[in-house]
Write a protein that binds this ligand. Sequence first.
Ligand code: OGA
Ligand code: MN
Length: 358
Amino acid sequence: MATMAAIVECREDAFRKIFKFYKRRIPPPNFSDVFDFSKPMTSDKVVQVKIDPQAVSDGDAARVGLQPVRDWRVFNLKGYPGFIFITNPFLRGSQAYWVRQCLKTYPRKPNVCNLDMHMSPSDTQDIWAKSVCNLSRPDGKREPKTLLERLRWVTLGYHYNWNSKTYSANHYTPFPAELRLLSHQIAAACGFPGFSAEAGILNYYRSDSSLGIHVDESELDHSCPLLSFSFGQSAIFLLGGTQRQDPPTAMYMHSGDLMVMSGQSRLLYHAVPRIVPAPQEVAVVEQSSWGSDQQECVSQEDWAVCSEYIQSSRINVTVRQVLGQSQSFPETPLREEHQAEGEDRSKRRKGVYSPQQT
Ligand code: OGA
Ligand code: MN
């Protein structure tokens, strides 16, 4: 007789088992159960939905590199209220701009990155310039890995403290205006016109990286949606339930795809067990003259570095509103905060939040 304990134990392992299944290298897993929103849908769990095309004007959408809202393909998943998946709504060529921002602009000071934990600010001041310089050195003198290749995460706005798992009022730098506007338009199109981008976490995945099972609950107001963008190679994303052990649904996230976790889905367990090569038919990032103005266009030289990078990597951008309307941070003793900062994230429990190498 199967005991209750055995059933509970089995359930407890359901997410972990599926995570391990998709992470496995030898033999490679069967991917036939992974939803692919870029393909005609066969599952009755996937529901294509209409969103209000008037919520964002075509001009406002184009200004941040997005197609008119009426052309977006938007999906809900049965059993996951508030979860919204939008297949690549970017205008042709505009992803290159966002990739360049994520690789060249956002890692710059005053933003914070994993390399700051064991390098001086002057060494991490311009990761891009140092990496490009290293790449173009004559062979023998190259560092084995560029700083760009060692970049794992960048934080924006209210800088997430990985140790205390909190944000705080006194560790804030201005959130990039163009990413704030992009997020605002997407949230507005999804029915959240009041969304305010206050914190960003950028994850940089190599082909063997994964992201452990977790919930994003550090933000103080969970009624605000969380936006997630994917660029470069594809990922297998697992969306679970409110309990750690609930078995998850697997789906591909391809370059340009967006997820909005709102409502009940805002606090669901999720993970990225595997990065997979972008399929040929999914329009991968291409360079074009798109940019909010001439100065903002991606140059040939910059694009050469970006395209090389994303051939083997994935960039994930999550944008969060930390505080609800007229909410503020609770008072925290300064001493506590400073103690928590500056520790190397690699010493932390494996699998929480930042992509890990295997
Ligand atoms: C996160 C996250 C998922 C992804 O950064 O919290 O869940 O698709 N990212 O990389
Ligand atoms: Mn997350």
